[in-house]
Design a protein around this ligand. Structure first.
Ligand code: ADP
Ligand code: MG
Length: 408
């Protein structure tokens, strides 16, 4: 091939032993354990989670690794390899929304959210290191929250089920960090299984593991990180969410999830014009999730391609959350031989996924890089999405019980 491999194999996660050693250097003692939680890409089902709908995310090999040790004095001490080089010290009893600035609000928010549920959790020393790019639409925030949630679950012997951990992490992001996200990112981070995509029902939090064998079908899933995040993202997300809720109310529905494709024309005719494209996106997007699941279940992952590209058109034309960079990446990838492509995540930048025949991967990545250069955009970063395991403990054979009674 005249192009080099666009996403050469690299260590997917920080090294557990190195994280342990760094914890000891910073906190002066050994951790009680080491946990990790992955970032994600969403295959299809965008802006559906806060409408109680469906999504099909998968965990990335890239993850946030967290070493943790319980403290009895009510202090929470936080240090990140991607932080400001300092240790943030907080008092657990004084945690309150708005009181913690910067990145520490995500992990502190999880501790606060657990206490809001009446759970008996106290302080800890934490050190984390991550390979999930931040702000790239790959959910480094959920990876961080979910790593803390699974660590606290064991450190304090809580025994929470996975969907409860995801809800705690989502509540931390919504109510403590101030980001009105749905639950998909956190569910993907805690519930995913290696080699599978996760069929998520955002209302019941029921999940189904859908086999997703890329290599066996000669496919690769490229992640093209556009490295842009346009400023309107925050306000626009909240406005879109409010628009969906208003539409559901006008239609007399609990959520837009309750509207099916056959009912769509009559519903659209009854809505004010500005809500029509929003509702059309959500309803057709839920249908695309079901199509995608059916194609994977039939053992035809290559047939996902057109579903991805149709999903992108809906995000671009109806939901209007794409941007010149994501549109260019999608169009160029498809023209260069991708079976399908779409932006993944909330939008206004972030990353695009492209499903490609393995042999075409270098050409697709090169074509996107060339198109970005020609448009004057910064070069996109390329990762490979390999369906990977969800959050868990990394050092099972570690130093013995944590949380008192539960096996370590
Ligand atoms: P995304 O979740 O798509 O990566 P967000 O804006 O939701 O983007 O979350 C990114 C923010 O999460 C960062 O700006 C930072 O505050 C926090 N964050 C994520 N990972 C880390 C990390 N390893 N160390 C410190 N902060 C992190
Ligand atoms: Mg995020």
């Amino acid at each position: 091939s005249r192009h080099s491999d666009p996403a050469p194999r690299q260590p997917a996660a920080p090294d557990t032993t190195a994280v342990r050693r760094e914890f000891e250097r910073i906190h002066g003692r050994a951790p009680h354990g080491v946990w990790a939680a992955p970032g994600r890409v969403n295959l299809i089902g965008e802006h559906t989670d806060y409408n109680d709908g469906f999504a099909l995310p998968m965990a990335l090999p890239q993850r946030t690794v967290l070493a943790a040790r319980r403290r009895a004095d009510g202090l929470l001490r936080l240090h990140s390899a991607q932080g400001d080089g300092r240790t943030t010290q907080l008092r657990v009893a004084e945690l309150a929304p708005g009181a913690v600035p910067g990145w520490a609000r995500y992990p502190a928010g999880v501790v606060w959210a657990l206490r809001e549920r009446g759970l008996p959790v106290g302080g800890a020393d934490l050190y984390l290191d991550s390979t999930v790019p931040t702000g790239a639409g790959l959910s480094s925030s959920a990876a961080l929250e979910c790593a803390v949630a699974v660590a606290y679950d064991e450190l304090y012997g809580l025994g929470l089920e996975r969907p409860e951990l995801a809800r705690v992490a989502q509540y931390a992001e919504n109510a403590f960090a101030g980001v009105p996200c749905g639950v998909m990112d956190q569910m993907a981070s805690v519930c995913s299984a290696e080699g599978h995509a996760l069929h998520l029902d955002s209302r019941s939090l029921e999940v189904r593991q859908v086999p997703f064998d890329l290599t066996g079908h000669g496919l690769r899933l490229l992640v093209l990180d556009t490295r842009v995040q346009h400023d309107l993202a925050d306000g626009a997300y909240a406005a879109l969410r409010a628009g969906c809720e208003r539409a559901a109310k006008l239609l007399g529905l609990g959520a837009l999830r309750d509207l099916t494709e056959p009912e769509l024309p009559a519903a659209l005719a009854a809505l004010p014009a500005e809500l029509v494209p929003l509702v059309r996106h959500v309803v057709t997007e839920n249908a695309r999730v079901e199509q995608a699941v059916a194609r994977l279940a039939a053992g035809e992952p290559e047939a996902l391609g057109p579903v991805l590209t149709a999903g992108h058109a809906s995000l671009r034309d109806d939901y209007r959350v794409s941007c010149p960079e994501t549109d260019l990446a999608v169009d160029t990838a498809v023209a260069a031989g991708a079976l399908g492509a779409r932006m993944t995540g909330g939008g206004f930048g972030g990353s695009v996924i492209a499903l490609v025949p393995a042999a075409a991967a270098p050409a697709v990545a090169a074509a996107v890089a060339e198109a970005f250069a020609a448009a004057g955009f910064a070069a996109p970063a390329v990762l490979e999405a390999v369906p990977s395991a969800g959050a868990g403990r990394l050092d099972r054979a570690g130093p013995g019980p944590v949380g008192g009674t539960r096996p370590g």
